[in-house]
Design a protein around this ligand. Structure first.
Ligand SMILES: NC(=O)c1ccc[n+]([C@@H]2O[C@H](COP(=O)([O-])OP(=O)(O)OC[C@H]3O[C@@H](n4cnc5c(N)ncnc54)[C@H](O)[C@@H]3O)[C@@H](O)[C@H]2O)c1
Length: 419
């Protein structure tokens, strides 16, 4: 007997499946990607997520995780959790194709007693749509015969095992019994269950991400304003925040990633302030262009100049390259006819060793604030291998020099002053 099925063994689904199995439930994991299933069967995590490799090995030894590529098999469990991707189309519309495909596959096999949980991030109204779909095509009374709820995932990548047991779990159930039923399932992790309506759960999730996306757009816009006025963004941020009880502006960076870059579009579908969040997105999306323009202003034309881009993933110490702004930065540099070398010690995409990327570089851009790029050792390698007057671009302040654009000689002086 299977207790719970998880459809979509991605960065959200696989850690969740392992965590349920680790709590003693028998779990069926469903995914259509044969490589993903083969990796899990072979006992290898297909991506980095702190602590999950050991967890996978522990769970594999118990035999409590089974795998399948058939969505219909998910109906062997009473509780079915959907953790599929929900991208957005480029024209302000959620792309529900994967969810629709899975619902269509489940329709013939759903029975009274089943609970269907939308764990994926969805736009307002989607959970009610799913419930309506089941009612329309199977005549179920949702909340009585079958149960449907949204239980959004709000865990930060890299912190799954730490946060699954602590972050309040929002549950928005349709009809009478859905919230309670799905709350029971997630209560196994020990975190508080917060019951609400489906649309409030949907809004809470996407606005959690909108808040972060807008929070980072402000310092990114400030960084651009500072360049225009010849000011130092890190000094201005320090002036804003220092000993001021109502401060708290964040630091600039290459803000993107698979959730932040798209989730605001789900709200924009029916916005009361059309364009406001699009402007937020435009600010974050133009950081690579801002950096390229700033480099050109200092270095001149980039044709045949060597630029080393350090970091491909969207986030510090992560191997997740989805929706990172680094490839955009590389494309923009290539459009300037620069010779671009890329290094990232975390990702799977082939890239150059650090020393090869730095050797003879006229410009070094720290595109991801990986731990490796925050060490003085990096500065030493740049000084040894790059050109003498190499421009270092560090919007994250990974090197701690508090300069978006600076030269190696200046950096060495600053490092010396700090030592
Ligand atoms: N990655 C995160 O950190 C994060 C955090 C919070 C919320 N979310 C949200 O959670 C959801 C899932 O995100 P993710 O990053 O895990 O996505 P993902 O792309 O890593 O995983 C989705 C998985 O579903 C599988 N799949 C797609 N169609 C299928 C089908 N028809 N049948 C079976 N399997 C199928 C894919 O092969 C893939 O393995 C999204 O809505 C996302 O916005 C993600």
């Amino acid at each position: 007997m299977t207790d719970v099925s998880i459809i979509g063994l991605g960065r959200v689904g696989l850690p969740l499946a392992l965590s349920f199995a680790d709590r003693g439930l028998s779990v069926l994991g469903v995914d259509k990607d044969p490589e993903r299933l083969a990796a899990v069967r072979a006992g290898t995590m297909p991506f980095k997520e702190t602590g999950t490799q050991e967890l996978l090995e522990r769970v594999a030894a118990t035999g409590r995780l089974e795998l399948s590529d058939r969505v219909e098999d998910a109906a062997h469990a009473q509780d079915i959790v959907i953790t599929l991707g929900t991208p957005s189309f480029s024209h302000i519309e959620i792309d529900l194709r994967d969810i629709r495909a899975v619902l269509d596959a489940l329709l013939p096999v759903l029975r009274p007693g089943h609970a269907l949980v939308l764990r994926s991030t969805v736009g307002p109204g989607t959970t009610d749509f799913v419930a309506g779909y089941l009612a329309k095509h199977r005549g179920f009374a949702v909340g009585q015969d079958v149960f449907v709820a949204h239980a959004p995932e709000r865990i930060a990548e890299g912190r799954f095992l730490e946060e699954i047991g602590t972050l309040p779990c929002i549950v928005g159930g349709v009809g009478e019994g859905s919230g309670e039923r799905v709350g029971r399932l997630f209560a196994r992790f020990g975190a508080p269950i917060v019951q609400t309506t489906p649309v409030q759960a949907e809004l809470a999730k996407i606005w959690t991400n909108i808040l972060r996306y807008a929070t980072f757009a402000l310092p990114n816009l400030l960084m651009m304003d500072c360049e225009q006025h010849g000011a130092n963004v890190f000094e201005v941020i320090d002036l804003i925040n220092r000993d001021y009880p109502r401060g708290g502006i964040a630091l600039p960076g290459m803000t993107a990633g698979t959730c932040l870059r798209k989730d605001f579009a789900f709200s924009e579908e029916r916005s009361n302030a059309p364009g406001m969040l699009l402007a937020v997105s435009r600010v974050n999306e133009s950081v690579p262009r801002f950096l390229v323009d700033g480099i050109k202003r200092r270095v001149g034309p980039l044709a045949e100049r060597k630029v080393a881009v350090l970091g491909l993933s969207f986030k510090r110490d992560s191997d997740d390259e989805r929706d990172s702004l680094s490839p955009k930065l590389v494309r923009l540099l290539e459009r300037e006819l620069a010779d671009v070398a890329v290094h990232d010690p975390h990702v799977h995409t082939p890239n150059q060793p650090l020393d090869d990327a730095l050797r003879g570089a006229d410009v070094v851009v720290i595109a991801t604030n990986h731990t490796e790029f925050s060490r003085p050792e990096l500065l030493r390698r740049v000084a040894e291998l790059a050109t003498r007057d190499c421009l270092v671009v560090d919007p994250w302040n990974a090197l701690g020099a508090a300069q978006v654009f600076t030269y190696t000689a200046e950096l060495a002086l600053l490092a010396g002053a700090r030592a």
